[in-house]
Design a protein. Structure first.
Length: 94
């Protein structure tokens, strides 16, 4: 059983996975059947030059197309950031 399959079995109806930053990883998750991807950099405040989810968003949306929801969490400091997230392809901003 793959890690994704195990998570899906444990979570039953909820198959949202967070913190995957590389398009290659995300494509693997989509093929494994996740319902949504949550882009997050929680903990990123402690790391200099960590990846900002807003910067990843266009590549992630291009990689998954409309096959799954793409949500973004982290780095949102204002309403303008939330609007930018939606404009760049997020289905929702958390």
């Amino acid at each position: 059983m793959t890690d994704v399959s195990q998570l899906q079995a444990e979570l039953a109806d909820e198959r949202r996975l967070a913190r995957f930053a590389l398009a290659e990883q995300i494509d693997t998750l989509v093929l494994a059947g996740v319902d949504a991807i949550v882009l997050s950099n929680h903990g990123g405040r402690q790391l200099d030059r960590s990846v900002v989810p807003l910067e990843l968003l266009p590549d992630v949306r291009a990689a998954v197309g409309e096959r799954v929801e793409v949500l973004i969490d982290g780095g949102m400091l204002s309403g303008a950031d939330a609007v930018a997230g939606i404009a760049l392809g997020a289905d929702a901003v958390l």
